[in-house]
Design a protein around this ligand. Sequence first.
Ligand SMILES: NC(=O)c1ccc[n+]([C@@H]2O[C@H](COP(=O)([O-])OP(=O)(O)OC[C@H]3O[C@@H](n4cnc5c(N)ncnc54)[C@H](O)[C@@H]3O)[C@@H](O)[C@H]2O)c1
Length: 370
Amino acid sequence: MTQAATIPPATTPAAAAPARVAIIGCGLIGAQWDADSPAADYSLTHAAGFTKNPGAQLLACCDHDQARAQQAAQRWGAPHAYDDPRRLFAAHAIDIAVVAAASSARWSVIEPALAAGVRVLVIEKPLATTLAESQRLVAAVEAAGVRTLVNFSRRWDPAMGDLRARIQRGELGRIQRLVGSYGKGLSNNGSHMIDLVANLTGAVPLRARSLGSPLEPGEAEWSNGADPALDVQIEYGPAAGCGGSGADGRRFQLTMLGSDQRAFTCFELRVTGTLGMAELSLGGRQVTLTGLRADPQYAGYTIPDAPQALPARNLEAMDNMVAEALRLASGEQRAASCDARAALTTALAVAAARRSAERGGAWIALHELD
Ligand SMILES: NC(=O)c1ccc[n+]([C@@H]2O[C@H](COP(=O)([O-])OP(=O)(O)OC[C@H]3O[C@@H](n4cnc5c(N)ncnc54)[C@H](O)[C@@H]3O)[C@@H](O)[C@H]2O)c1
């Protein structure tokens, strides 16, 4: 490990100098997924994304697991490796800190980053594992005036951007309802779907209820039982001061049905509007659009037409997210597509559904928990 005492702190960079980046958490999404394909023309990890962008200098990799930090630094050409975020931030001026450690370890990374005065925090989803921790983080980053970006990665997938534009200009008509299947935890993975629906429709979650769960208890063993894939219903409506919620600002519901993550990684969603449907398949990578046609067999009926697939573009998401983080660091962009406050709304929806599960399935309004 590099010793803090031997490294002179970097000076503030000139405007055009690359942003100094540290990655804390060098596991799968931090540094490992594409460690064997570092020259690919897309990025699956933060390490690949920031290394490939000339606007960034990956200065340090940090992981509690010392060997992992060293391997990541070596693989991605970072000059420094640490096993403790505090020593990292004491040794270097960092512009962008990437928080990709375990979800339960957010504060232990973010607290020293804030104390060291980083400009941008790129925080992996979910914001935190509990509502209390999520609220604490938002209060701390807002008090510090730090820009945040929370990596609900489909926000940076251009195919989702295309679908969003189509929904918001009314191509699907009024949103009637959304039905999804997911697995591996309401907070851990279901949060992606809750955020995605907000992004696609421009509406926000207002209240949630639990529909119970038919899954075996072993389904949630990966989280020690703390984050089961509950069946939930979430009602969305217009965000304050904004038209939102599809074409006309009315409320609609997302029903999310949990599946057993031991079988496969599930993330499938169908959006039904009054003028057609959209479907996300292949783990949320493929978007298919379905318009309507007059039924050729039964006169007077209208049925879904043949589905049309949009090109899958999920492999562009990490590089797009990195580019946005760099714009936040340079001041070219003031607010992220998804900042900590937006991610807090998703955490509130998760907490409302969990509270509902304790209360026999009653609707819980998000503002009751805020
Ligand atoms: N945006 C996405 O689609 C997406 C995909 C995968 C993971 N994630 C999120 O990324 C985060 C990491 O997930 P992963 O799959 O890479 O996990 P992982 O277990 O592969 O890696 C996490 C790493 O964090 C390290 N770590 C834990 N606590 C630490 C601390 N206090 N300081 C420094 N290092 C610490 C661990 O040693 C481990 O190497 C999670 O929050 C997860 O929810 C997001």
